[in-house]
Design a protein around this ligand. Structure first.
Ligand code: SF4
Length: 106
């Protein structure tokens, strides 16, 4: 699951519980992916590979006209590698299909 990117024009309400408020990055307000975040994820369950590739290509192209592209690139650079998958700022940080999110404990 990717970090929440905002819902579009409305800034988060100030009375959100702190745990939720911490998931919101105001730098990404007005993002083109707002409300469409799953389409920018690396994997969608049971999605055939050709469709997945086409979807990620489309998502990356959406980024090229996003008003917060530079901020998104900055946010992505601040995320640990394990929390950054899918398309961010037009870059594909995909996790190869079948690869677990974290390494199993020894
Ligand atoms: S640059 Fe792309 S991934 Fe980043 S906020 Fe905009 S649409 Fe979303």
């Amino acid at each position: 699951m990717r970090l929440w990117r905002g819902t579009g024009k409305q800034p988060p309400k100030p009375d959100l519980p702190a745990v939720l408020a911490n998931l919101i990055d105001r730098r990404l307000t007005d993002a083109r992916c707002a409300g469409k975040a799953p389409l920018f994820d690396s994997l969608i369950d049971d999605e055939p590979e050709p469709q997945r590739r086409a979807r990620l290509q489309w998502a990356a192209s959406e980024c090229s006209t996003c008003p917060v592209l530079a901020a998104c690139d900055q946010v992505a650079s601040e995320l640990p590698d394990g929390e950054k998958t899918g398309i961010w700022a037009g870059r594909n940080y995909e996790r190869p299909p079948g690869r677990p999110k974290t390494e199993p404990a020894a």
